[in-house]
Design a protein around this ligand. Structure first.
Ligand SMILES: NC(=O)NCCC[C@H](N)C(=O)O
Length: 281
């Protein structure tokens, strides 16, 4: 869903990533905490310029991946679900999200518990009552079952789809790595890695699928495709991928970009991963 983004949870890269050891966090050689912080500040300025209010997550010092606020919780119309991370180093993050939602007065509908694992990057809302969830190295069947048990009483149908291994168990491939919704009827996709039944479901729903450039996808470790919709057909993307940007523009989108080699390309997460939408309307 890509309704106008009104409120979003983010986490300061300057604090969370300060002193992070790239080998420990599986970050690439371009990782540079000072440049990552500056690039994150530019992203947050674009998010605010698009009309969204940012809530800042506290308590993330030393938890470098907590900048990727998309993953430890999921938001619904009725409140939040606290998720359970597939990457062990990220284990403390769902607790930070829960504390934040308590402070904001946002209801917590439930929690995913071990052995269940679900990361927010594997969850894609197709409409308010339909959630697609990728089953892969970060999200497992037990987690999807728990999520369905929490959401189905609220009228939400949860569909699980198997993801490929792609670059291996230590790398990050989420369902949102291969699709970015741009509007209710439009999405940017990397079709070769989309689960075939998910592709069929999108087509059956009448979604127009814009193909990102495959060479840019490969060169960016998938980050050319990780695009945040701030409103229908308005998006924020990582700079440096002109063919993918042009494909979105041909589909009627306006696209703002920011440099993100030290933050996104190095650390396997793009603008959608760096934002947890709290309110779209
Ligand atoms: N939703 C996302 O795709 N999040 C990216 C998370 C990147 C982070 N370095 C991780 O491995 O979990």
């Amino acid at each position: 869903m890509a309704a106008p983004l009104k409120r979003v949870l983010m986490c300061s890269a300057g604090t969370a990533m300060r002193g992070a050891d790239p080998a420990r966090w599986h970050y690439g050689p371009q990782f540079d905490p000072a440049r990552a912080a500056a690039q994150h500040a530019r992203l947050s300025a674009l998010v605010e310029a698009a009309g969204a209010r940012i809530d800042w997550l506290d308590g993330a010092d030393g938890l470098a991946d907590s900048v990727f606020t998309h993953d430890p919780s999921l938001m619904t119309d009725r409140g939040a679900v606290i998720l359970s991370m597939g990457k062990a180093l990220r284990g403390p993050e769902p607790g930070l999200h829960e504390a934040h939602y308590r402070d904001l007065g946002i209801p917590v509908l439930g929690r995913i518990a071990a052995p269940g694992q679900v990361e927010g990057g594997d969850c894609v809302w197709l409409d308010p009552s339909t959630l697609a969830v990728g089953r892969g190295v970060r999200t497992n069947g037990a987690g999807i079952g728990q999520l369905a048990a929490i959401l189905e009483p609220l009228g939400v149908t949860v569909h699980g789809f198997d993801l490929p291994l792609w670059h291996g168990a230590d790398a990050c491939l989420h369902l949102m790595s291969v699709i970015s919704p741009l509007a209710d009827d439009l999405a940017l996709v990397h079709a070769p890695l989309l689960p075939a039944p998910f592709w069929q479901m999108l087509r059956a729903r009448g979604m127009v699928l814009v193909e990102g450039d495959p060479d840019e996808f490969a060169a960016s470790n998938g980050l050319s495709l990780n695009v945040l919709a701030t409103a229908p057909r308005a998006a924020i993307a990582v700079a440096g991928f002109p063919r993918t940007k042009a494909a979105m523009e041909r589909a009627g989108c306006s696209v703002a970009t920011f440099e993100a080699d030290a933050l996104c390309i190095a650390c396997e997460g793009g603008p959608t991963c760096l934002t947890r939408p709290i309110l779209r309307q």
